[in-house]
Design a protein around this ligand. Structure first.
Ligand code: C2O
Ligand code: CU
Length: 465
């Protein structure tokens, strides 16, 4: 059985507050609500998402703010985060709960919060200009929606390059009855760590990336790794979330196989693998059987040769903790989307009602800082129009030399037999086809989840006619 009692395993980094008197907002259970919440007007949640006006089961406060992140290495740097925590607090609830999150913006810039992967009602989606006006500094906004379906998700700012500042955290909707058994449930958030202000120029162009200082798991670096402690003969559910802005990883665990049980939060038939790739915005849940005592690395290797990999540690009880963790070999089978079979498939058999053929490309020599979908760079790009009830097919072909994790808001889609919301389109003429059902009216963003590609044009709006 799943262990609902197990304490949250996400370690909160000690953060020093920048600028004085701001208190830490409470998490689950807090019910105080500021008086400046927008409770009327077009962006209000009160009419948009609570037709039942059912009271929320979970109320949270998120306070985006500036401050100093204090790494255990002794280094600290100014950054932006939620509730004085990096990564942001894990929001966890049960499937079907009504979730309310009051966001009070204490940043110097406008912000929003996006609930990545959850098919929320359109006004709750947190995309500036498309689904809401960004929340001005000093102002508040109430998000409210039903936490469904269950799954491993993330939330993050959707304004400018704020995601790469540290405004990102896990959101877990627990199943009423999981299709797999486990003893312990651990979230592992991968992030590329940028101790300076993100800037579009640094992140752009062919193969160029911002100067990441390293790669973290739950905010911890390889020399002070996050530890998953275990005993022998346990089943540990690890929820991997890639919250990075422009890094794809290959993940493996020394001395252990993994059984993939969920892709982008949705249940799949269990499949045994040695390693998997995870791109920006993707999630994989795996189960690890602890049958090999020792100290082992849970390793996420960036798919470019840079600095040290991100690493957590799987630590068995009664094992000498001073030994360095043994690393995975990355030699066995690597997960492919073809290996995944979702337990609930979308209703997309037969011929689609509408098909979009879209190329993904860069501006090359002419506009090296531009990334395009079908030759157009957002916001100078036509919306993709669909009609409610349609079966829509999207065929993507990648004419660039970089990987593009393409994410659709507000819907799941099906790639082969797996249901996802973010899909890797491999470089060098890689092709991906996905299908979805137009069942959530509104204006939905569809974009590359490489933050720098997104903000250089690789986005479209999918609009219900
Ligand atoms: Cu996590 Cu529009 O993205
Ligand atoms: Cu991209």
């Amino acid at each position: 059985m799943s262990d609902q009692q197990s304490p949250r395993t996400v370690t909160r980094r000690r953060l020093l507050q920048f600028g004085g008197s701001v208190g830490v907002a409470g998490l689950a259970g807090c019910s105080a609500i500021g008086s400046r919440l927008s409770t009327d007007g077009p962006s209000s949640s009160s009419t948009a998402s609570s037709p039942s006006s059912r009271p929320p089961d979970t109320t949270n406060r998120l306070t985006p703010m500036t401050g100093l992140v204090d790494l255990s290495s002794g280094e600290s740097y100014e950054s932006w985060f939620y509730n004085e925590q990096y990564p942001a607090p894990e929001l966890r609830m049960i499937e079907g709960d009504r979730l309310r999150v009051d966001v009070e913006n204490r940043l110097p810039d406008p912000t929003t919060v996006h609930w990545h992967g959850i098919p929320v009602p359109n006004p709750m989606d947190g995309v500036p200009e498309i689904t809401q006006d960004p929340i001005p500094p000093g102002d508040s906004f109430r998000y409210e929606f039903e936490a469904t379906p269950s799954g491993t998700y993330l939330y993050h700012s959707h304004v400018d390059l704020q995601l790469d500042r540290g405004l990102v955290g896990p959101l877990i909707i627990e199943e009423q009855s999981p299709h797999v058994d486990y003893d312990k449930d651990v979230t592992l958030l991968l992030d590329d760590y940028l101790p300076s202000e993100p800037n579009l120029d640094a992140g752009n162009g062919m193969g160029e990336h911002p100067p990441y200082k390293g790669f973290l798991i739950n905010g911890q670096s390889p020399n002070d790794p996050f530890v998953v402690s275990t005993e022998e003969n346990q089943r540990i559910r690890l929820r991997f979330i890639n919250g990075s802005s422009s890094t794809t990883y290959q993940v493996g665990i020394g001395g252990h196989q993994m059984t993939v049980t969920h892709a982008d939060g949705q249940p799949v038939e269990p499949v045994d693998i040695n390693s998997f790739s995870i791109s920006m915005g993707e999630r994989y849940d795996v189960i690890v059987e602890t049958d090999n005592p020792g100290t082992w690395a849970i390793q996420a290797e960036p798919n470019r040769n840079e600095t040290e990999a991100a690493r957590a540690v799987l630590q068995y009880a009664d094992i000498n903790k001073s030994a360095p963790p043994e690393q995975p070999q990355f030699d066995g089978p690597l997960l492919s989307y073809d290996d995944l079979q979702s337990r609930t498939q979308l209703d997309v058999s037969g011929k689609p009602d509408r098909t979009f053929d879209l190329t993904l490309s860069s501006g090359m020599m002419m506009q090296p800082d531009t990334w395009m979908i079908d030759g157009q760079a957002y916001p100078d790009a036509d919306p993709l129009q669909i009609q409610e009830g349609e079966h829509v097919r999207v065929r993507l072909s990648n004419r660039s030399m970089m990987i593009h994790p393409m994410h659709l808001h507000g819907h799941f889609f099906q790639v082969g037999n797996v249901v996802k919301d973010t899909v890797i389109v491999p470089p060098h003429m890689g092709q991906v086809t996905f299908d979805f059902v137009a069942d959530n009216p509104g204006k939905w963003f569809f974009h590359c989840h490489n933050l720098y590609h997104l903000h250089s044009g690789m986005a479209r709006v999918i609009q219900y006619m």
